[in-house]
Design a binder for this molecule. Structure first.
Ligand code: TEU
Length: 540
């Protein structure tokens, strides 16, 4: 028996950039509601919302100041209730982002915590300075220091992200019970689970100095510690087990073995995790230093995760990553073919597929010209750091433009009207000017579009037990060709994926189930960026 979260497709909405309904330039919940029927038509079964809670937006909502209220720019709690109800009518389950490693510094708990005598003091990680400096040598995820001195209390607090995002203290059981109450609040409202932000770094085992590293000095003291596993088991048995819901963890720097410890059924922790290794296959040490994308390296990483985990959370894009067609495909000459190839690839893997808004129409990286157009805090911090290292401006811009998170955050391209139909006002982040060529309305009408191909692949997967539950076996992982098999109850599907801009021979027999090119049978030759699935029957 499978679970519903294994049979459905997840679609991630980044609310700020999805659909603005009131002209303030910021996407909102009524805007999301207006598109529920389109999502249904695409075949979406689960909607994951990036944070919509109250927030001063230092990190676009990942800095939460009240977990039980909605940011006014996104709408009201009534709008949220309506979204849950209307999604349910269409049999779309809603998943919320649960960001509990840190809160905003404007959260009431943190404001109270600044008073050393307050019962909230111990909700966060406060320490006196050492020799006139911070308590240890750790460095943050956002290329800045990770201790901030607070005048009011005469001590420093820890923040692994921005200084407006203080880390919670999971050595304090009160923090856990507060979080559990928040989870119950949302589950009681009818949401069906959580995407748990950086969930494997919650527990800081010690605050000793870390081994000096290029990035994240100190991380050996908090990545996937026993304490984090303990907390996850609590969240599962105290809360999640009492609802029909699931939890996917965003887990940084995990190996397959670490991931198994987080999501094997026997562990009673998470249902699946987002790993990063395939996203790191085109980088050198840090994401800012990209190397040429090599499909072979990428395919071998995917293969390892497919083989080593019973169930993966498969994704090629999210709000933190550049666009997949610009990164793993070709957003120029073979834009359409390579975007469809990536669709077929993603939907043929074993695991739950996650789509990110705009991926279904092949949205590309931003077309910005300078840092003035970029809004992301991380990108600005990194740009400043690179300039401090005296790197030439041109090189700094190249680094930001290939890797910035804003690549994924430009407004959703709905149609050819002003600002791509995203807003009637001024968008908070500029629209990519290619919206006249790349937009949802045109693609819905065009039977050969990327959108229609996604729809077709989602339908195919929904009706195929082999694609959903079959075993995975890789046959070729070269720089030009990724070939793997899925097998289930006497049916063998061979998936051939070309990552090459040229024709290539790839002999293989079987009935053609689907191709991203217009063809009715397979002759052993793949066109540029062609992807096909061939079907055979085998003895059981
Ligand atoms: O991201 C955590 C994370 O490690 C990264 O992907 C991060 O955003 C960055 O790219 C590191 O270089 C999660 C959220 O997805 C992200 O949007 C938040 O900014 C972050 O946590 C903090 O909540």
């Amino acid at each position: 028996m499978s679970n519903w979260w294994q049979d459905r497709i997840v679609y991630q909405v980044y609310p700020r950039s999805f659909q603005d309904s009131d002209g303030d330039g910021i996407g909102d919940i009524p805007g999301i509601i207006s598109h529920l029927p389109d999502l249904k038509e695409l075949g979406v079964g689960i909607l994951w919302l990036s944070p919509v809670y109250s927030s001063p937006n230092d990190d676009n909502g990942y800095d939460i100041s009240d977990y039980r209220s909605i940011h006014p720019a996104f709408g009201s709690m009534d709008d949220m209730d309506r979204l849950i109800a209307e999604a349910a009518l269409l049999d779309i389950k809603l998943v919320m982002d649960l960001v509990i490693n840190h809160t905003s510094s404007e959260h009431e708990w943190f404001q109270k915590s600044r008073d050393p005598g307050s019962p909230y003091r111990n909700y966060y990680i406060w320490r006196p300075g050492v020799n006139g400096g911070p308590p240890n040598n750790w460095t943050s995820f956002f290329a800045e220091k990770c201790w901030e001195y607070d005048d009011r209390s005469g001590e420093y607090y820890l923040h692994l992200f921005s200084r407006k995002m203080p880390d919670l203290n999971y050595h304090n059981p009160s923090v856990l019970s507060e979080i559990e109450d928040i989870m119950r609040f949302w589950l009681d409202k009818g949401v069906s689970g959580f995407r748990c932000d950086v969930i494997n770094i919650l527990f800081k085992t010690s605050l000793e100095d870390g081994r000096k590293k290029l990035i994240l000095t100190g991380s050996e003291h908090y990545i996937s510690q026993d304490g984090a596993h303990g907390i996850l088991r609590h969240l599962r048995s105290d809360v999640l087990d009492h609802y029909d819901c699931f939890a996917v963890g965003e887990t940084v720097f995990v190996t397959p073995a670490m991931a198994r410890d987080l999501c094997d059924t026997s562990r009673g922790e998470l249902d699946m995790v987002f790993s990063f290794e395939h996203m790191e296959s085109d980088q050198i040490i840090v994401k800012w230093f990209k190397r040429r994308f090599r499909a072979g390296r990428f395919a071998r990483v995917i293969t390892r995760w497919q083989n080593e985990l019973a169930w993966n959370a498969n994704y090629l894009e999210n709000h933190d990553q550049p666009r997949s067609v610009s990164r793993f495909g070709c957003d120029a000459a073979y834009w359409k073919e390579s975007a469809k190839m990536l669709a077929l690839f993603l939907l043929s893997l074993r695991g739950t597929p996650y789509l990110y808004q705009g991926q279904e129409i092949g949205m590309t990286n931003f077309d910005f010209k300078s840092m003035d157009d970029v809004r992301d805090i991380e990108s600005h911090n990194v740009y400043r750091l690179l300039r401090r290292w005296h790197l030439p401006k041109k090189m700094c811009w190249h680094i930001i433009s290939t890797s910035s998170r804003d690549n994924a955050r430009t407004p959703m391209q709905w149609n050819t009207s002003g600002n791509a139909g995203f807003t009637t006002g001024t968008p908070w982040l500029s629209t990519n000017q290619n919206y006249r060529r790349i937009n949802a309305e045109d693609q819905r009408k065009d039977p050969s579009s990327i959108w229609n191909f996604y729809r077709r692949m989602i339908t195919l997967r929904a009706g195929s037990d082999t694609l959903k539950y079959g075993t995975f076996h890789a046959r070729t992982t070269s720089n030009r060709l990724f070939c793997f098999e899925r097998e289930y109850k006497g049916e063998l599907l061979t998936v051939l994926i070309s990552f090459a801009p040229k024709k290539q021979r790839a002999p293989c027999s079987g009935g053609l189930l689907v191709s991203n090119y217009d063809r009715t049978s397979y002759d052993g030759m793949l066109s540029p960026y062609e992807a096909v699935i061939l079907r055979n029957e085998v003895d059981q």
